[in-house]
Design a binder for this molecule. Structure first.
Ligand SMILES: [Fe+2]
Length: 191
């Protein structure tokens, strides 16, 4: 598989972003997640495809563009669908499944069929869990930066506290990711 270059992915974002502001929020976030993941990989001694992680980070939130209306407002009620929308967007662009999955399998610390049915989430009931080391790292790195206004960084402790509201299984899933990949130095990716 040929992994798309950073320039190709940036072009794809520019093509799908409904506005310059949306591009800066979404691509800017994806690029910060890429830098966080690269930092985490520097301290990770397991087998991992770094180029695939780069592309996965840069692509993972591209579906967010499909949630903006004509006035530039984001559909927050359906935000949880952005991963699936990104998967569909990349598939329609001819991307292979291994890349599409970075979109549909990065939400939270993994969505299960029970989460979707139990919480009535607007997604087809299925498990959307990160499986490979690359998928798990993209999911994990994403947790340290939020596209709020203004964008903010979260420490591992802050995310652990946040995820507690979703139950013990989610706390355990985040703890497992933290044990595998460690914690980033959040003062560095913003440079
Ligand atoms: Fe993200």
């Amino acid at each position: 598989m040929i992994v798309p270059t950073t320039e190709d992915i940036r072009d794809l974002h520019e093509r799908h972003a409904p506005s310059r502001q949306a591009f800066e929020i979404v691509y800017g976030h994806c690029d910060i997640v890429r830098r966080i993941a690269e930092q985490l990989m520097a301290g990770f001694d397991g087998a991992i495809d770094k180029d695939l992680v780069r592309a996965g980070c840069l692509l993972h939130d591209i579906g967010v563009y499909r949630l903006y209306d004509a006035d530039g407002n984001l559909d927050h009620a359906n935000y949880i669908r952005h991963g699936l929308l990104g998967h569909e967007l990349l598939r329609s662009e001819g991307f292979p499944e291994v890349l599409c999955r970075f979109c549909s399998h990065h939400t939270g610390v993994g969505l299960t069929k029970d989460d979707i049915v139990g919480q009535g989430l607007p997604l087809p009931p299925a498990d959307y869990l990160a499986v490979t080391a690359e998928e798990r790292l993209v999911m994990y790195a994403d947790k340290f930066h939020s596209k709020t206004t203004p964008p903010t960084f979260l420490t591992a402790d802050a995310y652990a506290a946040y995820v507690a509201r979703f139950g013990a299984a989610k706390v355990g899933a985040f703890r497992a990711l933290r044990a595998v990949f460690g914690e980033p130095d959040l003062s560095r990716p913003v440079l």
